[in-house]
Design a protein around this ligand. Structure first.
Ligand code: FES
Length: 290
C-alpha cells in the first residue's frame, strides 16, 4: 500500500530530463534571479535553488537538477552530488507531509522506536514510503538536536516534542484529515511544497506565521541556567538512578554539583584494567602465531 518507487538507474544512460513547461520555467527563472541576487557568488545559491525546485514538484527531479545546473553554470553531476548529500532534498515523488520519527539512540529508548512501529502499522507503509492518498511519507530520521524533548517527531521539519504512539497517531490522522496542526514551536504546518518555498528564502505570508516562530523550551534552558548559577525548578528533568540517595537531589532549587562517587555510569565504575586484572596482566603484545 505505497506509491514509493525504487528507481535506481544502475548507471544506465538516461534520456535528457524533460524541460519544465514554458510558464513554469518563466516563473522559476524569475524566482531564481531573486535568489541569486542574495549571493556574491552564484554557486552559493545552490541550496536555496534546490529548495525552490522542490517547491515546484515536491522533490528534486532530474528536471530540477538540470534547471539548477543551467542557472548556476554547474554540471548536473555537481548538482546531483549536493542534492543527494543532504537529507532535506527528496529524490522521488513523496507525500504532502514528511513525517520523520527520530529513532536515534536517545529518542529510540525514550519511545521513538515504538512510535515508528505504531505509525508504520497505522499508515500501512514502511520507511520512506508514502500513503496511497499521497498525504504522508514516513521516515526514520537521525538526531535532530532536540534530545531534551525526546522522543521527537518532525513534520516538514517542524518539531513535535515529547511524543507518544497515541499522540503521533493523532498527529498523522489530523494531517490526513486536513485539520490545522500546530507544532510544539512555530507556525502551523503547511504542505511540503510550501515549506520548500519558505526554505528557499521566500516569505511565509500566512497571517501570524512569522510571529509564531518559537524559541527554546524550558528543558533546553536548564544547562544555561546551571552555567549562570541560577536556581533551577524543583522538579528533576531526569529520574534519579536506582540506588541514588534522595539527599543527592537538588534541594530548594539550588544547582547540585555531584561528587565523583555519584556518577554511576559504567564509564565511572571501577574497570578491570590490565593493572587490576591478574588474568590479563600488562606485558608485551604477543605476535600472531606465538
Ligand atoms: S536523539 Fe532524537 S533528537 Fe536527538
Amino acid at each position: 500500500m505505497t506509491t514509493s518507487r525504487q528507481d535506481v538507474s544502475l548507471g544506465m544512460p538516461q534520456l535528457p530530463a524533460t524541460p519544465y513547461p514554458a510558464e513554469v520555467r518563466a516563473r522559476l527563472d524569475a524566482d531564481a534571479k531573486e535568489v541569486l541576487a542574495r549571493y556574491p557568488g552564484s554557486r552559493s545559491a545552490l541550496l536555496p535553488l534546490l529548495h525552490l525546485v522542490q517547491s515546484e514538484e515536491g522533490y528534486v527531479s532530474r528536471t530540477g537538477i538540470a534547471f539548477c545546473a543551467e542557472t548556476l553554470d554547474l554540471t548536473t553531476a555537481e548538482v546531483t552530488a549536493v542534492s543527494t548529500f543532504y537529507s532535506m532534498y527528496r529524490r522521488r515523488p513523496s507525500g504532502d507531509y514528511q513525517v520523520g520519527v527520530c529513532t536515534n539512540t536517545l529518542c529510540a529508548v525514550m519511545g521513538g522506536d515504538a512510535i515508528f512501529d505504531t505509525l508504520k502499522e497505522h499508515l500501512g507503509v514502511g520507511n520512506n514510503e508514502t500513503t496511497e492518498d499521497g498525504k504522508v511519507t514516513l521516515e526514520h530520521i537521525e538526531c535532530n538536536a532536540a534530545c531534551d524533548f525526546a522522543p521527537v517527531v518532525m513534520v516538514n521539519w517542524e518539531f513535535f516534542d515529547n511524543q507518544t504512539p497515541e499522540s503521533a497517531t493523532q498527529l498523522v490522522d489530523d494531517l490526513i484529515a486536513g485539520r490545522t496542526v500546530e507544532p510544539t514551536r512555530g507556525a502551523p504546518i503547511c504542505s511540503y511544497k510550501d515549506t520548500a518555498r519558505i526554505l528557499a528564502g521566500f516569505p511565509d505570508e500566512r497571517p501570524g506565521a512569522v510571529e509564531a516562530t518559537g524559541g527554546a523550551g524550558p528543558a533546553s534552558l536548564v544547562g544555561l541556567k546551571l552555567a549562570k548559577g541560577e536556581a533551577l525548578p524543583k522538579a528533576r528533568v531526569v529520574s534519579p538512578r536506582a540506588g541514588q540517595p534522595e539527599d543527592t537531589r537538588p534541594q530548594d532549587g539550588q544547582p547540585h554539583d555531584p561528587s565523583p562517587s555519584e556518577h554511576l555510569s559504567s564509564h565511572d565504575a571501577p574497570q578491570q584494567t590490565s593493572a587490576s586484572d591478574p588474568e590479563h596482566p600488562a606485558g608485551p603484545a604477543a605476535e600472531e602465531g606465538e
